[in-house]
Design a protein around this ligand. Structure first.
Ligand code: 6PG
Length: 235
């Protein structure tokens, strides 16, 4: 695993670099296989990236060949203010010409997070066929203040899942939405490229813990077979 830290002078420069990464990865994947798969991250940080992709790359990317999944979701309706799907839909899907059939939301309309996770795994297996684990061309991650990635939180059973592609998870009591669905580490680490986005001074401490190899945080388990790029504006 090759971990590469890309430190940019500010959030705007970081978003511009991330847009170039998405464009270039998409272009090479589409040239090679006719399609591109990306797992989106949620929370606040990636919104600026999705907005920039919508604003500047509406024409520079072949959206018709893009297949957009989610790394995790809060167990809320798709129109809920805490929904990662709603955030990505508002900032990206509703603006670029990506076909609706190429966007794969986590089905939070299911009765339980477990049923949603099971159905999402079935959906992923219809795209990534005949493999033990999927290989996303690009998988985006944020970094939580407690070192979580996706919805893989410290102390949660989801951290040690070795077989399932998607599982239910639980966020700490301090989170507005505790019931979650998350991709698992075998899926994250099977990606061709993982891009982690860490923005804002408030993330300095947790980024330093990650960079010094603190095995006590979930993010330390991110070890993709391919490239692991960490984009940050924390100088
Ligand atoms: C989520 C995200 C989560 C996020 C981190 C960082 O559903 O909340 O997928 O893993 O990336 O919590 O969130 P911020 O970008 O809001 O700091």
């Amino acid at each position: 695993m090759k971990r590469e830290i890309l430190t940019l002078p500010d959030a705007g420069a970081m978003v511009r670099e991330l847009c170039v990464l998405v464009r270039d990865k998409a272009s090479s994947a589409i040239e090679a296989s006719g399609q591109f798969s990306m797992a989106l991250s949620g929370g606040r940080t990636p919104r600026a990236l999705y907005e920039a992709l919508a604003k500047y790359y509406r024409d520079g990317i072949d959206w018709n060949k893009m297949h957009l999944f989610f790394g995790d979701e809060r167990f809320v309706p798709k129109d809920h203010e805490q929904s990662n799907f709603r955030m990505a839909d508002e900032s990206l899907f509703s603006i670029v010409p990506v076909p609706e059939k190429n966007v794969y939301p986590i089905p939070t309309e299911e009765a339980t997070p477990k049923l949603a996770a099971d159905r999402y795994e079935t959906t992923m297996r219809q795209y990534f066929t005949d493999v033990d684990f999927p290989v996303f061309d690009l998988l985006l991650l944020g970094l939580g203040a407690d070192g979580h990635v996706a919805s893989l939180f410290p102390g949660d059973a989801a951290l040690v899942e070795k077989r399932r592609w998607a599982v239910p998870a639980t966020a700490p009591a301090s989170y507005a939405v505790r019931e979650r669905i998350t991709l698992t580490f075998p899926v994250i680490n099977g990606s061709d490229t993982v891009a982690m986005i860490v923005a804002g001074e408030e993330k300095r401490g947790i980024l330093e813990r990650l960079l010094r190899g603190d095995s006590g945080i979930p993010a330390d388990r991110v070890e993709p077979a391919g490239r692991f790029l960490i984009f940050t504006d924390i100088v």
